[in-house]
Design a protein. Structure first.
Length: 156
């Protein structure tokens, strides 16, 4: 598995665990980053710099990411989405709008692969469709769409 794919999975693990346990994401990231594997190779996997960047980025932009997901998911609220899907989508949206150097197609396909590996049979199509709708809101300059303007931009 390529390094960035592993980093995305590790970031998902941290985001998911923090949500399920009700812990602050950045505290859990710091704890996982400080943990070392024992000499026999057991213990938590290391947190790569890209995994940490993803977790910090999702957390820094979480309100806007969740707003975009809520505005553009059809028939689903964030609370109704499986926690795995919700966090995969958060990573995908972060990479679409705030991760320079990650092509849109890569951000979406990596999210779909995570959903295929870790979630329900319906999740890959849901993740693909929602991220594709959100990607279409992205201005050519790679900016983030303004709050509440998504519908107007999508219809323009």
């Amino acid at each position: 598995m390529p390094a960035r794919s592993k980093a995305r999975k590790r970031a998902l693990d941290i985001l998911f665990e923090a949500e399920i346990r009700g812990e602050p994401v950045l505290d859990l990231l710091a704890e996982r980053s400080a943990a070392e594997r024992s000499p026999d190779g057991t213990g938590p996997p290391p947190v790569s710099s890209y995994a940490a960047e993803l977790v910090r980025g999702v957390q820094a932009h979480r309100d806007r990411i969740d707003e975009l997901l809520s505005e553009h998911s059809q028939g689903w609220t964030l609370d109704r989405m499986p926690a795995v899907d919700r966090n995969i989508l958060r990573i995908g949206v972060y990479e679409l709008f705030w991760a320079p150097g990650v092509p849109d197609g890569v951000a979406i396909s990596e999210a779909v692969l995570l959903a295929r590996e870790l979630s329900t049979d319906a999740s890959p199509a849901f993740v693909n469709g929602l991220l594709a709708r959100i990607k279409d809101l992205k201005p050519p300059e790679s900016g983030v769409p303004e709050s509440g303007g998504g519908e107007a931009q999508a219809q323009a």
